[in-house]
Design a protein around this ligand. Structure first.
Ligand code: IYR
Length: 217
């Protein structure tokens, strides 16, 4: 135990200005689906993972593991497996209600950026502390998701483009990243520099208003 470190001593107007500046910076974050092959130093990825590791977690189990892929072989294997899964999705259930949900984003089963982007980070969630443990880690998905939010935020603040790809079940990721069976992939985060032809779909520019996302009591 140690005493609480005092909050940074600032007048409220400076706190408001800091919060507003951060919010303005975050408002420029959008999902990127075209990446350039320009390299990104591993140090940025390490720092983003370190920031992710500061997330709160259920019972402080820190139930995450981040596998960072940069080798061409690993990225190609990932692309092949993801595209196979996506072809099933777009050819199957992706044809019905999902199609309506996704049409404004212009996504499809082709994911060339999985090979082009310099880094793919696979966030695994540990369902239990060890393979033989009987008790599940509480709130694993919530904890890993908060950690991924911090990871995304750090990458954005470092000036990189990002894309979250949700991956369930995607068990091939365990084999590819040599992770034990009691871990499961929660999401992939693609990062690097945006490609020259990257765009933000009009639909993605629409953000809900304060009234829509908050109520006050
Ligand atoms: N996984 C598919 C479809 C997809 C699903 C959601 I939810 C999105 O926000 C975007 C796409 C794909 O990656 O193309």
């Amino acid at each position: 135990m140690r005493p609480w470190t005092p909050d940074i001593d600032l007048p409220d107007d400076a706190r408001i200005a800091n919060a507003a500046a951060f919010c303005e910076r975050m408002a420029t974050r959008h999902s990127c689906r075209s990446f350039s092959a320009a390299p990104v130093p591993r140090a940025i990825i390490e720092t983003a993972i370190a920031a992710a590791g500061t997330a709160p977690s259920g019972a402080n189990r820190q139930p995450w593991h981040f596998a960072a892929l940069s080798s061409p072989g690993a990225k190609t294997a990932l692309r092949v497996a993801v595209e196979e899964e996506e072809r099933n999705f777009y050819g199957g259930i992706g044809g019905s209600e999902w199609q309506g949900l996704l049409q404004n984003l212009g996504t499809n089963a082709d994911k060339p950026y999985l090979e082009v982007a310099p880094w793919i980070i696979v966030a695994f969630g540990q369902t239990k502390a060890t393979e033989t443990d009987r008790f599940p880690n509480p709130y694993m998905v919530e904890s890993v998701s908060i950690a991924c939010g911090l990871l995304l935020t750090t990458l954005h603040m470092a000036g990189l483009a990002t894309l979250v790809h949700t991956a369930t079940p995607a068990r091939f990721l365990n084999r590819l990243c040599r992770r034990p069976e009691h871990e499961r992939p929660v999401m992939l985060i693609v990062t690097g520099h945006a490609g020259a032809d990257a765009t933000v779909p009009a639909a993605a520019l629409e953000r809900k208003s304060m009234d829509q996302i908050a109520s006050w009591f």
